[in-house]
Design a protein around this ligand. Structure first.
Ligand code: GRF
Length: 218
């Protein structure tokens, strides 16, 4: 039987890139439905870039400081994504906010991982927000990107307990372990066509209410 065609994915990073590494590792499996065709950073010194290059993945830097405004930066990103034939964009610690037209151009084709159980704790300092709120469960979410920050339809979530004595760092570390499990699985659901947008909700193919990879909890 002919191998299934793989979806061409770009991973956008700004720093460490540990989620990118977890996706690159997963994408080595012959039956993984996505091919990582590009890793792109807005920071030339992002440690994740060197790792991707060492893995033989094409890398690009589009330095936001070289552009006068958001629209021209987004235009340069778009040109790189088109040149690489990208079909799906995966944000993994990409610390720039896009212009409306860029988000619209990738509507239903761009996902992000956010370190909270959305819709709780949008924005930054999510672990401090969770501790301040006194929640017992915290986690991470893979969601489609929409113009409103951290507000897109949810693909997958992983939950972890908040333990006595936790500080933002201990909580971040516990969640990061789950991010590394969740994101490759969620990307596989989207890239393989097993999760898709229906209006502003994500539905799963077949009669599986919640496929493996859409819900992880301890
Ligand atoms: C992760 O916590 C992710 O949820 C958030 O930014 C962080 C990126 O970490 N969006 P890394 O660069 O993948 O290590």
């Amino acid at each position: 039987m002919a191998a299934q065609r793989k979806t061409r994915v770009a991973i956008l990073i700004s720093g460490r890139g540990s989620n990118m590494v977890s996706i690159l590792d997963a994408a080595r499996a012959p039956d993984y439905p996505a091919e990582i065709a590009l890793v792109l950073s807005n920071r030339p010194d992002a440690p994740g870039l060197a790792h991707a290059a060492a893995c033989g993945i094409p890398t690009k830097t589009v330095d936001h400081r070289s552009f006068p405004d958001r629209a021209s930066f987004d235009g340069a990103l778009q040109a790189e994504l088109e040149a690489a034939g990208i079909e799906l964009v995966c944000l993994a610690g990409f610390m720039r906010i896009f212009s409306g037209p860029f988000v619209e151009a990738w509507a239903g084709r761009m996902i992000n991982i956010h370190p909270s159980l959305l819709p709780l704790f949008r924005g930054v300092h999510t672990h401090a927000q969770a501790l301040a709120a006194g929640v017992r469960l915290h986690g991470c979410t893979v969601h489609y990107v929409v113009p409103e920050l951290d507000a897109g339809p949810i693909v997958a979530q992983a939950a972890v307990p908040v333990l006595p004595g936790d500080d933002p760092d201990s909580l971040a570390a516990r969640i990061l372990v789950q991010e590394h499990r969740l994101y490759p699985m969620a990307l596989a659901l989207v890239a393989g066509g097993r999760a898709r947008l229906e209006g502003n909700r994500v539905v799963f193919a077949g009669d599986v209410a919640t496929p493996e990879g859409a819900l992880l909890s301890l």
